[in-house]
Ligand binder design. Structure first.
Ligand code: FMN
Length: 331
């Protein structure tokens, strides 16, 4: 077993926090326990109850953070061992979801070097000449990813993605929650820390101001006039993707495990030289989930957990991360 010092823990958390989380809410905290074990702690005050009523995506986010910790350890020749997954309330705000010891001696993980480079790409993709090599690389690397590269299928999915997203956006609570996590002005106190800011959303100042009104006070009149859907459309972005990737995991899998694989899949996309953006609405909407399952010929033993649009970025990638300070993440 290896000794985890407070300084090392800070270094590890600085890397683990780069994992993706739903709306960038960052629900994961860490606590050093007696005996050198480390606990992954859920901050139960951090939720997106409308977009994620079952709390599944929060658990997937915790799983991604756990994988982030595993990769941070790996870069130092360390690994997670003796994991126990007993939910244990620590206070009214914090619940430990699992704890583990740390051991020395592990083979380098080829995905560990991609952690600081991966980010959500919410812009358009470059028109890529038919170039199947990265998609083949992905399919070989992971059997839980189904890549759809046919241009007509992608164009259809781009329309479905808009319909799925808009069906949720029509909910007043959904829009209110989304706006709560959006940081559309640079002087928002949380701009660099959490949620979805203008830079992350690939919006300029004018687009951000428009988004505030379209998702806010003007939504209902614009919807009545039939303009809201086209103003919020991501169709062109989705249609420009090199592929749509279906992320499928075994039915009944523990969501923490699903989250670990979700992050690894995204890092694998980065390793293939591509960028990605999840389209959760497609997986969350039963009808569109069903259509995609049929299109991807997904067996009944698998759950379609999420969907990515992937491709080459239209502009050079400048990785940036908006995250909570380490002090807030160690409790
Ligand atoms: C479970 C889960 C679902 C997500 N769903 C979406 C989504 O539907 N649309 C989107 O743009 N980003 C989605 N994301 C990406 C997060 O918003 C993103 O990871 C977070 O803002 C941090 O930014 P980064 O990925 O650039 O580091 C999702 C992430 C997770 C973990």
């Amino acid at each position: 077993m290896s000794e985890l010092t407070p300084d090392l823990l800070r270094e590890l958390v600085a890397e683990a926090r780069l994992a993706p989380s739903i709306h960038n809410i960052q629900p994961t905290r860490w606590r050093l326990l007696d005996g050198g074990r480390l606990a992954l702690v859920d901050d139960t005050s951090v939720r997106a109850p409308v977009a994620d009523p079952a709390g599944h995506d929060v658990l997937v986010s915790h799983g991604a953070a756990l994988e982030g910790m595993s990769l941070a350890l790996n870069r130092r020749g360390l690994a997670i061992t003796a994991m126990t997954t007993i939910e244990q309330p620590l206070s009214s705000q914090f619940t430990a979801l699992c704890s583990f010891a740390i051991r020395q001696g592990v083979a380098p993980d080829p995905l560990a070097g991609h952690v600081t480079h991966r980010m959500s790409w919410r812009g358009k993709f470059a028109a890529s000449p038919d170039e199947p090599a990265p998609l083949v690389q992905l399919a070989v690397a992971r059997d839980d990813l189904v890549c759809i590269g046919d241009r007509r299928a992608i164009a259809d999915i781009a329309g479905w993605a808009d319909q799925a997203e808009f069906s949720f956006v029509r909910g007043d609570d959904y829009r209110a929650e989304l706006l709560e996590w959006m940081r559309l002005s640079g002087d928002h106190p949380q701009y660099l820390l959490d949620g979805l800011n203008r830079d992350a959303l690939a919006m300029n100042a004018v687009e951000a101001t428009a988004a505030r009104f379209v998702l806010g006070s003007l939504f209902r009149p614009l919807d009545r006039l039939g303009f809201a859907a086209s103003l919020l459309s991501d169709r062109a972005k989705t249609a420009s993707a090199a592929a749509i990737v279906l992320f499928c995991r075994p039915v009944g899998e523990d969501p923490l495990t699903t989250g670990r694989h979700f992050y690894r899949s995204w890092l694998e996309i980065d390793r293939a030289g591509l960028v990605a953006c999840p389209i959760s609405a497609m997986a969350d909407h039963p009808d569109f989930n069903d259509r995609l399952r049929k299109l991807g010929r997904i067996g009944t033993d698998l759950r379609l957990v999420n969907v990515f649009r992937i491709g080459r970025p239209a502009k050079p990638l400048k990785p940036r991360h908006f995250r909570l300070p380490i002090d807030r993440l160690i409790v």
